[in-house]
Write a protein that binds this ligand. Structure first.
Ligand SMILES: *Cc1c(COP(=O)(O)O)cnc(C)c1O
Length: 458
């Protein structure tokens, strides 16, 4: 076909095929998309790649598809069948209904974010959060910032700048996203004072390191690894006594911020902020979108005088959270406080507590439906699986789960994973021992595992 015979933008726009597109998209957007499609078709022709004539209808359809793709919501919805409940790459904790309502309200209407309605005076945006945390954790006061990394940065900058921060060599952690504790300390202008060894650190090691330049003692929760064997860690209570005797603050970075004692559900015990504060920490730092089940945010909570210093740090303004986070976080904390069954109100916890019998049911149903939806050749099976909490919460805890295993004689596991990623919504599983697995621990319904597959498959 001669490129000059390609329909022009006006011809396509005035064709019948454009009418539904003009109803759906602004004219200018459609014109832009058509130009791109026509240019592309012209280039393909000049390169000899497009033998068939291209009609107005075909161009309109291509432009419509392109617009739909371009303007598809971002980030696209996915189904989390990875078996990792709190997956950082997938947005961590899903919010509960109460938090979503609060968030939508705060997003769409004015709210008293920084106004005290009793006095009419300017207030602090995280006051209401601090009050809730006082009730839940016993913390005297708290600040809320962008995430736990920011909370840690704020603490180090406030209490550790041009001073030494004492940390055990066994807790020199790197958190996902290449956030390394020593780097955070250095950035904030603190000097790292390492004590003990990788596997053993005693209270005496801390005691020997405390001096005139000590800013504070920092304990970090080894949240994404485990050291086993000949291991000793100074108990928090003993560190608390030492810190008080020597007049230096003790800060604990807890990471996940679980508000219930997980051991009551048969899981390994995870220290709660309330436990750490009671046992002797002056400040605790934790995430809000891990086991707390809220929006992305980070909290430093504890002694009122220390929190007051955090509040006065100018960095805090740069790290502050927006109204959406405040609304969702307050609602999430209310859900924790008011719930008879937190597993019902906090989806992340709900997933964590789902019994294998339920997972088995979901996996079987999904397996049957998927078998019917996929072309012949795919072999599906329900298998035992091990899920995990993720996001650095309880790295050792393997949660019994079920998965649908999918195999095909001509497609390797990576190829099958790609097919599920190309579906809408994309379904993300994991590959284990050359098999593609869809773990149902964090999948709400069997239906979620049966997406619309892309054209090439059906
Ligand atoms: C996850 C984690 C952090 C970082 O939390 P973010 O909210 O992602 O910044 C810090 N410390 C520990 C121990 C963690 O597990």
């Amino acid at each position: 076909m001669d490129p000059r015979a390609l329909p022009g933008v006006d011809a396509v726009l005035s064709s019948e095929a454009s009418r539904p597109l003009l109803d759906r998209w602004p004219r200018a957007l459609l014109v832009g998309a058509l130009r791109r499609e026509i240019d592309e078709a012209r280039r393909a022709m000049l390169a000899g790649d497009a033998p068939a004539p291209i009609s107005c209808e075909a161009l309109a359809e291509r432009a419509g598809n392109r617009l739909a793709e371009d303007l598809d919501a971002h980030p696209p919805r996915v189904v989390n069948a990875t078996g990792t409940i709190l997956h950082t790459n997938l947005g961590r904790a899903p919010l509960g209904a109460r938090a979503v309502d609060a968030l939508v309200r705060a997003a769409s209407e004015p709210c008293a974010l920084e106004v005290d309605l009793d006095t009419g005076e300017r207030g602090e945006r995280d006051r209401a959060i601090a009050e809730r945390l006082r009730a839940i954790t016993g913390a005297e006061d708290a600040v809320v910032v962008n995430n736990a990394a920011a909370a840690l940065l704020l603490v180090v900058d406030t209490l550790g700048r041009r001073r030494e921060v004492v940390v055990s060599r066994g807790e020199m952690i790197e958190i996902g996203g290449a956030l390394r504790l020593p780097d955070v300390l250095e950035r904030a202008g603190a000097t790292l004072r390492e004590v003990g060894t990788t596997n053993r650190t005693r209270v005496e090691d801390y005691a020997a390191a405390i001096g005139r330049r000590t800013g504070f003692l920092l304990r970090a929760h080894p949240s994404n690894y485990r050291v086993e064997g000949f291991v000793e860690r100074a108990p928090l209570a003993a560190l608390g006594i030492l810190a008080r005797e020597r007049g230096v603050p003790l800060v604990e970075d807890l990471g996940s911020g679980a508000l219930v004692d997980l051991s009551t559900f048969g899981l390994p015990r995870e220290p709660r902020p309330a436990d750490s504060l009671r046992d002797g920490a002056d400040l605790v730092v934790f995430s809000c979108d891990k086991l707390l089940g809220g929006p992305q945010a980070g909290i430093a909570a504890g002694r009122a005088d220390l929190v007051a210093r955090l509040r006065r740090n100018p960095l805090r303004r740069a790290l502050r959270v927006d109204k959406l986070v405040v609304a969702a976080l307050a609602a999430t904390l209310d859900a924790w406080r008011g719930a008879r069954d937190p597993g019902e109100e906090i989806p992340a916890l709900g997933f964590l507590l789902r019994p294998v019998s339920l997972l088995d049911e979901i996996a079987r149903e999904a397996c049957e439906r998927l078998q019917a939806a996929l072309p012949a050749g795919f072999r599906l099976d329900v298998v035992e699986s091990e899920a995990e909490i993720g996001s650095g919460a309880q790295p050792g805890a393997r949660l019994p789960s079920r998965a649908v295993a999918i195999e095909h004689p001509e497609l390797d596991a990576g190829r099958i994973a790609a097919i599920f990623r190309a579906a809408r919504p994309a379904v993300l599983g994991r590959v284990a021992r050359e098999r593609f697995l869809l773990d149902v621990k964090a999948v709400l319904r069997a239906d979620d595992l049966v997406p619309a597959f892309s054209g090439t498959l059906s």
